[in-house]
Design a protein around this ligand. Structure first.
Ligand code: 2DT
Ligand code: MG
Length: 211
């Protein structure tokens, strides 16, 4: 509101395996925050709307083949091309609820066997999230949830390796939420985590991802 000094928005990231409920929970959290009068936007990576994003989308649909390192760098570039806008939104007071970020980038590429340090390097300098919520669902349970679509990576053996790598990435900004609980319970936990985070980071400067 005009005149009153309000702080920056929060960068809240949701991570998890395919079918862990990220997209539904992002949507629910966003409408809750908006209902509370909080300025917030829902973002997702990959952002398939850009030129780079279209290359990624074709790769995921198995319509194109790309070398593992090439696609890894495209995913990273897709975040870099959004960095400036992300920064201006956050500094302008808009909270961003982001469906996947650099952790997906590392966990999925490392699950192919790429070196983890190599996978992390291109994302150094992106904006560091204030909160990472990991929706923890067993790969078997996720696969049962209406099955996977036909995209690359949507296979249980691969998802198990992704889960292992996610596990090794957890740091102090992560909150693990049991994604197998009823949707409303998960939603309630996310509301509380996000609300606290938004309040706490208002006066904190933005920082860069260093891993
Ligand atoms: P969605 O199903 O959420 O659209 O994701 N992925 C994602 C990567 O391999 N690297 C990345 O950096 C990101 C952001 C996860 C599509 C797939 O893309 C994978 C699933
Ligand atoms: Mg998917």
């Amino acid at each position: 509101d005009a005149g009153s000094k309000s702080g920056r928005g929060a960068l809240v990231v949701l991570e998890g395996l395919d079918r862990s409920g990220k997209s539904s929970q992002c949507a629910r959290l966003l409408s809750y925050l908006e209902g509370q009068g909080c300025r917030a936007e829902g973002w997702r990576f990959p952002d398939r709307g850009t030129c780079v994003g279209q290359m990624i989308s074709a790769y995921l649909a198995n319509e194109s083949q790309l070398d593992d390192r090439t696609i890894h760098l495209l995913f990273s570039a897709n975040r870099w091309e959004k960095r400036a806008l992300m920064e201006s939104k956050l500094l302008g007071g808009t909270t961003l609820i982001v469906d996947r970020y650099s952790y997906s980038g590392v966990a999925f590429s490392a699950a192919k066997g790429l070196d983890i340090q190599w996978c992390k390097a291109p994302d150094v300098g992106l904006i560091a999230p204030d909160l990472v919520i990991y929706l923890d669902v067993q790969p078997e349970k996720a696969a049962e949830r209406g099955g996977y679509g036909g995209e690359r990576y949507e296979k249980i053996e691969f998802q198990k390796r992704v889960a292992d790598h996610y596990h090794s990435l957890r740091d102090s900004t992560w909150k693990v939420v049991d994604g197998s609980l009823p949707m409303e319970t998960v939603e309630e936990q996310l509301r509380e985590l996000a609300t606290n985070c938004i309040q706490e980071c208002q006066e904190k400067p933005l920082t860069n991802l260093t891993w």
